[in-house]
Design a protein around this ligand. Structure first.
Ligand code: DOR
Ligand code: ZN
Length: 345
């Protein structure tokens, strides 16, 4: 049995680092494991300009503990009013790595998101022209669409037409949660890829609803039926270069989760790699972990692979019930469980 596993240092292609005290508290967890991360722009107010992204990047870099090397890759929050020139300039200046499409009202701090994809046609044309990645929160928000169907309906109503309209556009379908999403990405061209979170590989919707309502298992897009989880596991561990690591770690204070209207988001940053590794091991795919964690993402984004290496040892790791975040408690994914691999250092 393998006792250690050494791979190229991974990146996280989707994370929420927040701002202020929360940023100070959570950045270390991501920086401990990942060389780079795509940082989501859904702050309040959102990161919609080159200047705001530059300033946010500086605050993130300042929050990285001494001795850790970590590069935040910034994203532009698209609104109905985003100017193509702003996106073009941010990309050319190396400030924006990607832009994020939040359908208005889809999730946390998405009120300023896009109300109709037609409103950003010129921005998307520019992105296709310059080779800039569009990160997509792939859910419709229509009241008449069941929450468990919102990803599948988004494919049909928004994503398929978009890709047919702009076949050159590079699209990352973020936090994929359904078999429909897997099939769509597999069937699309090389310019369409997807991130997969640890929670959508580990849990189905029962985790949220059986034996009581469990707010710490609630995130968006919401976890779906078991058949969808199994499709995601097959995709992640298949070796296909279209699927790569993106944690969607989304910290909310404990009291904001454990509430009559709890926030969406799972804080998985502290043990993200260990969590993914449990999946690859259980599915007998340890040799495909490096591709998923460290190679497919940078190749899709056209960025160099990291030179460093990380080593995991087969040792039990106890995940604490809570972690302190500057005076407020965060409940991590896998709280109270024991995972089977430990990341060195
Ligand atoms: O569960 C989620 N939390 N999904 C998202 O899309 C956003 C995120 C957040 O920012 O809290
Ligand atoms: Zn997210």
């Amino acid at each position: 049995m393998t006792e250690t596993l050494t791979i190229r240092r991974p990146d996280d292609w989707h994370v929420h680092l927040r701002d202020g005290a929360m940023l100070q508290a959570v950045t270390r967890h991501t920086a401990r494991q990942f060389a780079r991360a795509i940082v989501m722009p859904n702050l309040s107010p959102p990161v919609t300009s080159v200047a705001a992204a530059r300033a946010y990047r500086e605050r993130i870099v300042a929050a990285v503990p001494e001795g850790m090397a970590f590069e935040p890759l910034m994203t532009c929050y698209l609104t109905d009013d985003t100017e193509p020139a702003q996106v073009r300039r941010g990309f050319a200046d190396g400030v924006f790595t990607a832009a994020k499409l939040y359908p208005a009202g889809a999730t946390t701090n998405s009120a300023n998101g896009v109300t109709d994809i037609g409103n950003i046609r010129a921005v998307l044309e520019t992105m296709a022209e310059i080779g800039m990645v569009l990160c997509v929160h792939g859910e419709v928000t229509d009241d008449d669409v069941d929450i468990f169907d919102r990803e599948a309906v988004f494919i049909e109503r928004v994503l398929s037409p978009l890709i047919a309209d702009l076949p050159q556009l590079k699209v990352v379908f973020e936090h994929l949660t359904s078999a429909d999403g897997v099939a769509f990405v597999e069937g699309a061209g090389v310019n369409v890829a997807a991130t997969i979170t640890p929670q959508h590989l580990h849990i189905n919707r029962n985790a949220m609803l059986v034996g009581g309502i469990r707010p710490h298992a609630y995130c968006l897009p919401v976890a779906k039926r078991e058949a969808h989880r199994l499709a995601l596991r097959r995709a992640a561990t298949s070796g296909s270069t279209k699927f790569f690591l993106g944690t969607d770690s989304a910290p909310h204070p404990r009291e904001a989760k454990e509430s009559a209207c709890g926030c969406a988001g799972i804080f998985n940053a502290p043990f993200a790699l260990e969590s993914y590794l449990a999946v690859f091991e259980a599915d007998d795919a340890l040799e495909r972990f490096e591709g998923f964690a460290s190679e497919h993402g940078p190749r899709f984004y056209g960025l160099p692979l990291n030179e460093g290496r990380v080593t995991f040892r087969r040792e039990p790791v106890s995940v604490p019930e809570t972690l302190d975040a500057g005076g407020t408690a965060l409940v991590p994914f896998h709280a109270g469980e024991t995972l089977g691999w430990r990341l060195d250092g």
